[in-house]
Every structure is written in structure tokens, then in C-alpha cells.
Write a protein that binds this ligand. Structure first.
Ligand code: CA
Ligand code: CA
Length: 230
């Protein structure tokens, strides 16, 4: 008989060991009952705490800065125009929600029956803090019928402008979460490319279409957040 077998035999045969085992089981049961009680109390506590969580309504009031700029781009060329939002906008608002860009053009050659040129624009993702990967972004666009092109960049993460209800935290914490002067603060870069579509009369030396003038409107949409406890 090995030592370990001896131990097992002793444990079950020896009456003192049997008593020890009974004490052990009793203690184990007591522990289980205690744990169940603690769990029950904790759950009740947790449920009560849930009723104590504050709810807040977030409201956003928007205001914008708008800037126009015209640029003549030669046929086959790509130019980059830049835009810095005024620092005062960051100081007087909670944050910048989004950037809207409109690019308009016509046919300015003055030639009869000169078709609209092809204009392609792209907002260059760069180091300006913004929600560059947001699915709602429209960073490129093209037009060949003189209709204007609209782009959109979501700037402040998760900003939608809609009134929302949130739970937990404090009023001050929610104001802080929605106050940040960094998003949108920097130099945006818009690439503009023009490819002319010449009139059919362009074989005549005096008839030329070699460029197009585009007008870019930058609109930086800011918001002021207000937080109301419900
Ligand atoms: Ca043209
Ligand atoms: Ca043109």
C-alpha cells in the first residue's frame, strides 16, 4: 500500500477524520449561504443604484462661418486651395461639428455652344483633427454639367446636431465631453482639377476653352452645447 492510499484510507475510516469532514462540509455550506446572501444584497443595491442614475438632455445650437473664394484652374491642372477656420469661432463655441464645401462653376469661355467642363474636387485627409473615417463623409466629387459639387466632412466625433438623451455622469462632465477647440482647428486642403470640354467649333483659331473658374464656398458649422438634467 502506498502512502497516498494510506492517507485516503485513514481519512474515511478514522472516526476523527469523519468528524473533520463533517465540519468541513458544514463550513462549506455556511460559506455558500453567505455568498448567496451577499450576492442578493449586492443585486438589490445595484438595482437601487440604477434608479439613482441621472439622465440628461443634450441640445446643440448651430452657427456657421462661411467663406467664398474663386479660382481659375487651367485645363489638365490640379490646384489646391486652403481654408483656416477663424480662431474666434473656436473660442465662442463648444466645438466645430462639420465642414461643408460647395464648388460651383459655369462655362466662362464666352463661346457659343461651349459644353460644361469637367471639374473634380477632393478634400485631402490631413493632420487637422476631424472624424476623417466617418461613413457620412463625402470627400470627393465631380461634375461635367455645371451643377455644383457638395462635399462634407464630419469634424467633431459622434456629432449629429440632434437632441439626444444620455445617462450617468454629471452635467459638467457632459459639457466637458462636448467642448473641444481642437477638432477642425487647422488648415483644410481642397484639390480642384479642371478638364475642359471644348466647343465643336474649337478648330477655329479664335475659339478657345482652356480653363475654368470655380467658386468654392467653405462653411464651418459650429455648435454650442447645452445640457439639461431630466
Ligand atoms: Ca467648355
Ligand atoms: Ca471653360
Amino acid at each position: 500500500m502506498t502512502n497516498s492510499e494510506n492517507v485516503l484510507k485513514d481519512l474515511f475510516v478514522d472516526s476523527r477524520s469523519k468528524r473533520n469532514l463533517s465540519i468541513f462540509y458544514a463550513f462549506g455550506m455556511a460559506l455558500l449561504i453567505y455568498q448567496a446572501a451577499v450576492f442578493h444584497v449586492f443585486k438589490i443595491d445595484e438595482i437601487e443604484t440604477k434608479h439613482d442614475i441621472d439622465s440628461f438632455e443634450l441640445n446643440f445650437v448651430e452657427s456657421s462661418e462661411s467663406v467664398d473664394e474663386s479660382r481659375t484652374v487651367d485645363d489638365g491642372e490640379r490646384e489646391v486651395v486652403t481654408y483656416d477656420v477663424s480662431e474666434s469661432m473656436f473660442q465662442s463655441n463648444s466645438g466645430m461639428g462639420l465642414l461643408l464645401i460647395n464648388v460651383a462653376y459655369g462655362e466662362t469661355s464666352g463661346e457659343i455652344a461651349d459644353p460644361c467642363d469637367t471639374v473634380t474636387v477632393d478634400l485631402v485627409p490631413n493632420q487637422v483633427p476631424a472624424d476623417w473615417n466617418n461613413a457620412a463623409n463625402v470627400l470627393t466629387g465631380t461634375s461635367d454639367n455645371c451643377e455644383s459639387i457638395s462635399l462634407q466632412l464630419m469634424v467633431f466625433p459622434e456629432y449629429s446636431g440632434s437632441t439626444t438623451t444620455v445617462e450617468g455622469g454629471t452635467q459638467q462632465q457632459w459639457i466637458q465631453a462636448w467642448t473641444n477647440p481642437d477638432y477642425g482647428n487647422g488648415e483644410f486642403e481642397l484639390g480642384i482639377e479642371v478638364n475642359v470640354n471644348a466647343p465643336i467649333t474649337s478648330g477655329i483659331p479664335t475659339v478657345q476653352d482652356s480653363d475654368e473658374e470655380v467658386t468654392i464656398t467653405w462653411e464651418a458649422v459650429f455648435f454650442e452645447v447645452s445640457v439639461t438634467q431630466l
